[in-house]
Design a protein around this ligand. Structure first.
Ligand code: HXC
Length: 511
């Protein structure tokens, strides 16, 4: 072959491979409102021209598997490296236009190689999933491929951030790779995740449900909590993903990236807690009054909304925030809230992100359902995660910190480095009403006017116990401050206790 011929052959080959499954398949993909794998990689990588593709020429011969195709371009997955905000990341994007993005031996091999590359370089791994699952024609080789990926997801957990973006079907055992990663993104009307689809469910159990209701983006974000970020479009998903990356170090041996400090858009006012202590308020307003630019990236916004978790900055430094939400179920801790918080705490601890805990909770949720769902086992995960965490831990008691929840929400006893309380803090074994009814039961019953006596006893209990001063007198609370002093105090505390430490040696999944 002459030089000219070999160059032409190369260009023709490249052209074909870059077209993935070809024009018809791309058209079909577009009709579903989906972008191609290549467009998705471009949307992800902020820095134009930074993509360095690997293994474009790897593929199994379609004919070997009796497939009605000439070739499988890139074996149905694009892999490579690129830059986001000038920081390197490793990427794979399954190409649904090539045999439905199904995963066979070569496809899995490419993903495994890029995962090993991410570990070697110490950079985040981003996986874009759009696949019919195990490539049926390749039988056990496909299953082995998944096993190799799950193994690496687990070994990479807590070493480099792993992020999954579900942009199409993700079914069967395939869902376990995203589930093992740190964050899962889903897009409305595009993403679908389930272990067994509606057909199988109907056959086995006789239950009827649509694919969207079973495993669509909102279901996964709200009911199951499998997804951490819900977006309305693919573009929006990538824009949230880039913001998420801006809070994260590239690996567990690095500190998270600093940014310039910006004051909040609004300051906290001293009357942030309602006069009626039983009244709810939105803790997100408190968060926005404390953090840089009032900018808070919430994680799992639609799941277990009685606890809020997410990322923000304090004086330019990323922090992970865990906050009870008094507006939902009074901010109780239950099975789902415990799992949500524990996993987030473990992630922050893995990646050197200090924790800020905002407390206003009446305690663990009582009830038969909770007990039988294992609130003991799940609730223990928060205790475990906070106790295990060695990142700087700041705690602010805003109002209620009752019973076990006082301990669980990053109390001094679980290793908090700095505990502050507002004057409205109530640190007690239980709320004044319940406590007065128990300890003054006989006096109330014997009183001439039991109701007046009960009210008096509740007040007496409030004066004695439902305040932060008893705990502060014993040193369990380091300082009591006005809400309007919160930001400056937390910034000062963080700058003073921000001890050098890198890398906890654990993954993200609380067992
Ligand atoms: C091989 C597959 C495939 C698969 C799709 N294709 N899934 N090829 N193995 N698993 C091919 C189709 O044959 C077709 O090829 C092309 O991809 C596009 O698929 P369509 O069916 O035309 O697309 P669509 O109508 O959008 O339907 C998408 C789909 C459907 C819902 C994903 O394809 C589907 O149900 N596929 C099978 C899903 C499945 O059961 N997978 C196995 C899960 S079990 P042509 O050549 O016609 O373009 C599993 C075990 C993992 O994954 C265990 C890990 C531990």
């Amino acid at each position: 072959m002459s030089i000219r011929e070999s160059v032409n052959h190369f260009l023709e080959l490249m052209g074909r491979k870059l077209m993935g499954g070809g024009e018809k398949a791309i058209e079909k993909q577009k009709k579903k409102g989906k972008h191609t794998a290549r467009e998705r990689v471009e949307m992800l990588l902020l820095d134009p021209g930074s993509f360095l593709e690997t293994d474009l020429f790897v593929e199994h011969s379609a004919k070997d598997f009796g497939m009605d195709r000439k070739e499988l371009a890139g074996d149905g997955v694009i892999t490579g490296y690129g830059k986001v905000h000038d920081r390197p990341v490793a990427v794979f994007a399954q190409d649904f236009t090539v045999a439905g993005g199904s995963l066979g031996k070569a496809h899995a091999g490419k993903i495994v190689k890029i995962m090993d590359g991410a570990r070697g370089a110490g950079i985040p791994l981003i996986g874009i999933n759009d696949s019919g699952g195990a490539r049926i024609q390749e039988g056990v080789e496909s299953l082995c491929g998944y096993g190799d990926i799950f193994f690496r997801n687990t070994r990479l957990s807590g070493v480099v951030p792993q992020i999954s973006v579900i942009l199409g079907p993700c079914a069967g055992g395939a869902v376990y790779s995203p589930a093992l990663t740190d964050f899962v993104f889903v897009v409305d009307k595009i993403s679908n995740m389930f272990i067994t689809g509606p057909q199988v469910i109907k056959t086995v159990l006789g239950e009827e449900i649509t694919q969207e209701e079973l495993g669509g983006a909102m279901t996964q974000s709200s009911i199951s909590g499998n997804a951490h970020f819900f977006a309305r479009s693919e573009k929006e998903a990538f824009s949230i993903l880039k913001k998420l990356l801006s809070f994260l170090p590239s690996n567990s041996g690095e500190m998270p990236p600093m940014a310039s400090a910006v004051p909040p858009k609004h300051e906290l006012d001293d009357h942030v807690i309602p006069d009626d202590r039983r009244q709810a308020y939105c803790v997100k307003n408190v968060i926005r009054g404390i953090v840089d630019g009032s900018d808070f990236l919430e994680v799992q916004e639609y799941y277990a909304r009685n606890i809020i978790v997410g990322f923000a900055r304090l004086n330019g430094k990323p922090v992970g925030i865990v906050a009870n939400q008094p507006r939902v179920l009074a901010g109780v801790l239950d099975v789902d809230a415990s799992d949500k918080a524990a996993r987030f705490i473990r992630f922050c601890d893995s990646f050197n992100i200090p924790l800020l805990t905002l407390v206003d909770t009446p305690g663990y949720l009582p009830g038969i359902d909770q007990e039988h769902s294992g609130v003991i086992r799940h609730g223990a995960k928060i205790l475990y995660a906070y106790s295990e965490a060695t990142v700087p831990k700041l705690t602010l008691i805003m109002r209620k910190a009752y019973g076990g929840a006082y301990i669980a929400m990053c109390s001094r006893h679980l290793g908090a480095d700095f505990v502050a309380s507002w004057p409205t803090g109530e640190i007690a074994v239980m709320g004044p009403e319940g406590a007065a009814n128990i300890i003054f039961r006989k006096e109330i019953a014997a009183a001439e006017d039991p109701e007046a006596c009960r009210r008096e006893k509740v007040k007496e209990y409030e004066r004695k116990f439902a305040n932060p001063y008893v705990a502060a007198a014993k040193g369990y609370v380091d300082t009591i401050m006005k809400p309007s002093d919160t930001r400056s105090t937390l910034i000062k505390a963080l700058s003073l206790i921000d001890h050098a430490r890198t890398g906890a040696s654990h993954g993200n999944i609380p067992l």
